[in-house]
Design a protein around this ligand. Structure first.
Ligand code: T5A
Length: 213
């Protein structure tokens, strides 16, 4: 049986990942591909409980190291209980965020060393790595403006703009370093234009030799 593929969507706050995920899922399903949609931090019940801890506004004093270990604890469970088994049975996995968010938020945003994150990545994920990553890139002010209309902000959304500028810079650096895996989409376009660009990226991915059985 052919192994499934792991596709991740990344980006800063309000970049439109949740909006774009639905379009991705529909496009893959239209090609007859079985798709499992998930998110990080989260996925299986234990990881969703860890998500609550990570995002709880009441935990405002959380140390950066604790935050990093919590997102990787959630990820270890997610990979073992959900992602790796799905890929092994041939199901494709579409995840709203994955390890690139840890490099961007805990690495770029909080200033934790990339070497520690890389070690945790190997420990938590083994050889489960994204096959394709769509980075929805948006100026920070625009993303925050989109989020402004929402209700309560979570703990990370309380960070100041320079934090999110570092997050964005880190995402862009990672995309530039791995052009074969990343597709960068201008998330400032209207929803339909973003969806069209993602559709193109998925078509190009599906056309790569060996991706489809
Ligand atoms: N985190 C996560 C870490 O720190 N480390 C990690 O390792 C991981 C995995 C997750 C938080 O955890 C952090 C990062 C995050 O801070 P979350 O609730 O998943 O928290 O937060 P976000 O991922 O930021 O998700 P959001 O729902 O907040 O944003 P989305 O999904 O990017 O945006 P979406 O689709 O909900 O859209 C936001 C608004 O913009 C509009 C939508 O209608 C919506 O109102 N919109 C557009 N408007 C105009 N044009 C477009 N093209 C639009 N697309 C969407």
């Amino acid at each position: 049986m052919n192994r499934g593929r792991l596709i991740t969507l990344e980006g800063g706050e309000g970049a439109g990942k949740s909006t774009a995920l639905a379009a991705c899922q529909a496009q893959l399903q239209a090609r007859g591909i079985e798709v499992l949609r998930t998110r990080e931090p989260g996925g299986p019940p234990l990881s969703e409980r860890i998500r609550e801890l990570v995002l709880a506004a009441a935990e405002s004093g959380m140390a950066a190291e604790t935050e990093l270990l919590l997102v990787f604890a959630a990820r270890a469970e997610h990979v073992r209980k959900v992602i790796a088994p799905a890929l092994a049975r041939g199901t494709w996995v579409l995840s709203d965020r994955f390890t690139d968010s840890s490099y961007a938020y805990q690495g770029g945003g909080r200033g934790l060393p990339a070497s520690a994150i890389a070690w945790l990545e190997t420990f938590a994920c083994g050889d489960t790595r994204p096959d394709l990553t769509v980075l929805l890139d948006l100026p920070v002010a625009q993303g925050l403006a989109r989020m402004a209309g929402r209700g309560d902000r979570d703990r990370i959304e309380h960070e100041a703009e320079p934090f999110f500028e570092r997050v964005r810079a880190s995402f862009r650096q990672r995309a530039a370093a791995e052009p074969g895996r990343f597709v960068v989409v201008d998330a400032g376009q209207p929803v339909a234009a973003v969806a069209a660009q993602i559709r193109q990226a998925l078509d190009a991915f599906l056309a790569r030799p060996g991706v489809l059985p």
